[in-house]
Design a protein around this ligand. Structure first.
Ligand code: F6P
Length: 360
């Protein structure tokens, strides 16, 4: 076991329910080993600007069910994306130096970043290029970090989507209406597909399989032919209409520090196309509701296992890895294995399941 005195933690990227449960587990596990936990505020901005707080048992008391992150988050990126010889490479900015200075000044022996592939990508580059001792924790409602069956926060988002679909079903049925429900999921359809199946969606549109308006129409009309006068269409924000050349509906000009264009609007786009063909419908965009609220029991357990395991891996000197869930087991997954395969597409098993029960 390595001698660790101080571990830094930070939470970056889009938040989700379950992060606080994870912070709590890290602190509680670390206290058992007399390790101090330093929480950096707002993702990578914290170590860049040396903005941090010491976390004690008192600071994490009562946060288990709370959504969000007590540390705050941001999409700050200390690297810059550039194209070299037709390849994307990440060049360090002066912010990398500032992170290294902060870690040295505060005598941080290991760093636990919690976030999706952007946040963990920074961790990986700091590990590879600068020997920063990192253990990552995959957290994103999109569930698209490879190397783990589930990312922290995904199940809580599914619970929100499922409840929303349950609620929309009753009004859709009463009014004999078609509802289009747009959910998050920029590159992968985990939320749309699993939420759609759990909530009884009739047509489910995911980024992995481009769709045409005709197909959607056929799905709804087939239900009408069976006397079902209402339909629920679940569409991922990153779904790709063939009519738009298989590209997602994006908010042009709005790009974040990791080079992602802000998505959103496919629900309204689809509604307009259906109306043009004489089909009346309503649109509900669930948006950031999916990221808020209390964590499900599954996510609280996952958060606690992930947090405790991250400290354990640091104690055992396992760095350059992230924690992952495989079946029932928590495993150490090399970041060099997980990140090149991210964003992870939805498991085809669920696409087959949807087809098997007659869902597009
Ligand atoms: O957390 C990931 C994610 O939920 C994506 O599905 C979505 O595109 C993005 O966050 C939106 O985040 P924000 O509005 O916070 O930039």
């Amino acid at each position: 076991m390595a001698e660790l005195k101080r571990i830094g933690i930070l939470t970056g990227g889009g938040d989700s329910s379950g992060i606080n449960a994870c912070i709590r587990a890290i602190v509680r596990r670390a206290v058992q080993e007399n390790i101090e936990i330093i929480g950096f505020r707002d993702g990578w901005r914290g170590p860049i600007e040396d903005d941090a707080v010491s976390l004690t048992l008192d600071s994490v008391s009562g946060i288990l069910p709370q959504g969000g992150t007590i540390l705050g988050t941001s999409r700050t990126n200390p690297f810059r994306k550039v194209q070299k010889d037709g390849k994307t490479v990440w060049e360090p900015t002066e912010k990398v130096e500032r992170i290294l200075n902060t870690l040295a000044k505060r005598k941080i022996d290991a760093l636990i970043p919690i976030g999706g592939d952007d946040t963990l990508g920074v961790a990986w580059r700091l590990y590879e290029g600068y020997k920063v001792k990192v253990v990552g924790i995959p957290q994103t409602i999109d569930n698209d970090v490879a190397g783990t069956d589930y990312c922290l926060g995904f199940h809580s988002a599914l619970a929100v989507v499922t409840e929303a679909l349950d609620r929309l079903h009753t009004t859709a049925q009463s009014h004999h209406r078609v509802f289009i429900v747009e959910v998050m999921g920029r590159d992968s359809g985990w939320i749309a597909l699993l939420g759609g199946i759990a909530g009884g969606g009739d047509v489910i549109l995911v980024p992995e399989e481009p769709f045409s308006v005709d197909e959607v129409l056929r799905g709804v009309e087939a239900r009408l032919a069976r006397g079902r006068t209402f339909s629920i269409i679940v569409v991922a924000e990153g779904a790709r209409p063939l009519e738009l050349g298989g590209k997602p509906v994006a908010q042009e000009g709005r790009v974040d520090a990791f080079g992602h264009v802000q998505l959103g609007g496919v629900g309204y786009w689809l509604a307009d196309r259906l109306r043009e063909r004489g089909m009346e419908c309503r649109v509900v965009v669930l948006g950031h509701l999916q990221r808020g609220g209390i964590a499900t029991p599954f996510d609280r357990l996952l958060a606690t296992r992930f947090g405790a395991a991250a400290v354990e891996f640091a104690l055992r000197g396992k760095f350059g890895v992230m924690v992952g869930l495989r079946g029932h087991d928590i495993v150490a997954v090399p970041l060099s294995e997980a990140l090149p395969q991210s964003p992870k597409p939805v498991d085809p098993v669920f696409l087959e399941l949807a087809r098997a029960i007659g869902v597009r």
